[in-house]
Ligand binder design. Structure first.
Ligand code: GRF
Length: 210
């Protein structure tokens, strides 16, 4: 049975694009954005994927919006819900409803730099290695079980933008991979540590191809 995926976005949707173009054994059942102007919605529509805008600014509070969002998602009967640049904190009730089938990508090597402005903070700390993480979402923000990480070097002349671009290229590698593993039923959550079934493939990726 094909894994049905709903992707949540808020903006340009480059991760959405990487996922669509990876030729995964999945069906992207819908793309939902909390921002009607998100460029990723146009991309989805152009590909014939149902694209839904649910403007969070027209909801009185987060709980109301998230209930509406969950209802919209459920219409597509997803096996997996993927946060791909979805820039809103989700309510505990929403997370509980989808826990175990809810993934996020975060632009840092978690547990370092949860939250916003990760590239600026990484540069300010002087770290020499930075990266990105795909993880299961739990109610602790940016702290769920880690599926895969990719690391990139930090260069002396990096700006937040150059570093973000280097990390983003790796996001586009690891998110499709994590979704493939999920779709193939190969992710085993062992007390918060995620193991990959049936293959010695490493769950870490280095920018230079490691
Ligand atoms: C990515 O860097 C993602 O890690 C972060 O927001 C950005 C979204 O980019 N959460 P895009 O919309 O997928 O291009």
């Amino acid at each position: 049975m094909t894994c049905r995926v709903v992707v949540l976005i808020s903006g340009r949707g480059s991760n959405l694009r990487a996922i669509v173009e990876a030729g995964l054994p999945i069906e992207i059942a819908a793309v939902v954005s909390n921002r009607p102007q998100a460029a990723g919605l146009d991309y989805a529509r152009a590909r014939g994927i149902p694209a839904i805008a649910l403007d969070h600014t027209s909801s009185p509070d987060r709980a109301t919006f998230d209930t509406q969002l969950a209802g919209e998602i459920e219409r597509f009967h997803p096996d997996l819900v993927v946060l791909a640049g979805y820039m809103r904190i989700l309510s505990p009730a929403f997370i509980a409803r989808f826990e175990g089938r809810l993934l996020n990508i975060h632009p840092s090597l978690l547990p370092m730099f949860p939250g916003l402005d990760t590239h600026t903070r990484a540069l300010a700390e002087g770290v020499k290695v930075h990266g990105c993480t795909v993880h299961f979402v739990t109610d602790k923000l940016d702290h769920g079980p880690i599926i895969i990480q990719a690391a990139v070097p930090v260069r002396a002349d990096d700006t937040p933008d150059t570093l973000a671009a280097r990390v983003l290229a790796q996001e586009h590698r690891i998110y499709p991979l994590a979704i493939r593993w999920f779709a193939e039923g190969r992710l085993v959550n062992n007390h918060g540590r995620v193991n990959l079934k049936g293959d010695p493939t490493s769950q870490s990726v280095l920018a230079n191809g490691g």
